[in-house]
Every structure is written in structure tokens, then in C-alpha cells.
Design a protein around this ligand. Sequence first.
Ligand code: PRP
Length: 210
Amino acid sequence: MPDNLVFPSNHPLVAHKITRIRDKNTDSRTFRELVREISALLTYEATLDLATKSRDVETPLANVVGSEVEEEIGLIPILRAGLGMVEGVWELMPAAKVWHIGLYRDEETLKPVEYYNKLPVEPTVALCLILDPMLATGGSAVATIDLLKNWGVQKVKFVGIIGAPEGIDRLHTEHPDVPIHLGVIDKQLNDVGFIVPGLGDAGDRQFGTA
Ligand code: PRP
């Protein structure tokens, strides 16, 4: 597995919260809260290298040269399950723009099928963060990155909660320039493409549709 652009979190709070969302007895409301909290923590880690520029500011006591984030950021939640990650990220960067991409995985082929895409004609942001709790075969992430690169975005990062080695390998092979930020890397996929041990279906568990 590539390791130079794969960043599994080693933060105890992330591990604690992921353990709680894995629990099959965690209800939908708590699951959604945890997705929001984990997403904020992972985004904090994924944005450590954001470009900044200096900005003069006057405190009540003195002038000081501070800094502010230079790049405009776009969030790309992959529907449905990525939706629940947006609120957590917005708490850190409320000015981020959000474009939804609708993909579902065909249950037979496991290939992503696009059903929603309202990207404007040209990108208006420098960096896009793809948000999807699950990186399983990697098909959905790769298809989304294809879309974003064709759209003209130069910098893309993937932020997910649980990744399988198979999905990480595929994403890295097809888009070796895209950093992969994950809460945890799990063992494998099962024969129907679910991450094991995983947490089940992240969309169904958030929206109560299991
Ligand atoms: C799940 C998940 C990812 C995708 C991961 O979505 O949220 O988007 O599968 O699988 P992949 O890496 O093999 O592409 P799903 O298709 O279940 O749709 P949903 O979010 O609407 O539940």
C-alpha cells in the first residue's frame, strides 16, 4: 500500500469516535453526530498545509501581523453518505463552497453510477476536499476525482472515515497526486464489496433507511 500520500489518523479522539460509530447499537442520531465530529477532526488534519498570507490586524493593545487562509476551498460530498460530513467541515470553514455529486454503487457490478452533478462551468476554488465516509473499492472516489480534474481543479484531497486497502490502492494508482486522509484503514472488502469490519452502510445508518 502506498504510504507517502495516505494519512490514517492516529488521534485518540478519532479512534474513540470511530469505535462508537462501528457499534451496531449506535442509533442514527448519535451516528450523525459522530460523523460530524469525526469529519471536523479529519479536516483539521487534512488542512495542515493550507497556504496562508499575512494580514495586519489591530488588537486592543497593538498592531500585529497575523495570517489568513489564502486558498478558496470547495467541499464535494458524495451523495448520500458524504452529506453528513459537510456540517462538521463547515464548522471549521464556514465560507467553503459545497457542490454535491450524486453517485450510487450498482449492487451487482459495484461500479459507480452518476445521478447528480451541478458543478458550475468553471471551478472557482483552488482546492477541493472530497467527502465520503467510506472508501471501499475506490470506484466512487476515482469517478469523482475524474470529474473534478476534467472540471479544471488542480488540487484535490480525499477525506474519508474508513478505507479498505483495495480502495486506497486503486485511488492511489489512478490518481497518485491525491492525498488520502482517513480515520482508519480496515482489513479488507468482503465478497459483496463491504468494508470489514467497517460500520455497515454509512448512508443507511445516517438516514435511518437500513
Ligand atoms: C457507499 C459509500 C461510498 C461508496 C463506496 O455509497 O458511501 O460512496 O459506497 O464504495 P466504493 O469505494 O466501492 O465506490 P452507496 O453507493 O452505498 O450510496 P449511498 O451513499 O447513497 O448509501
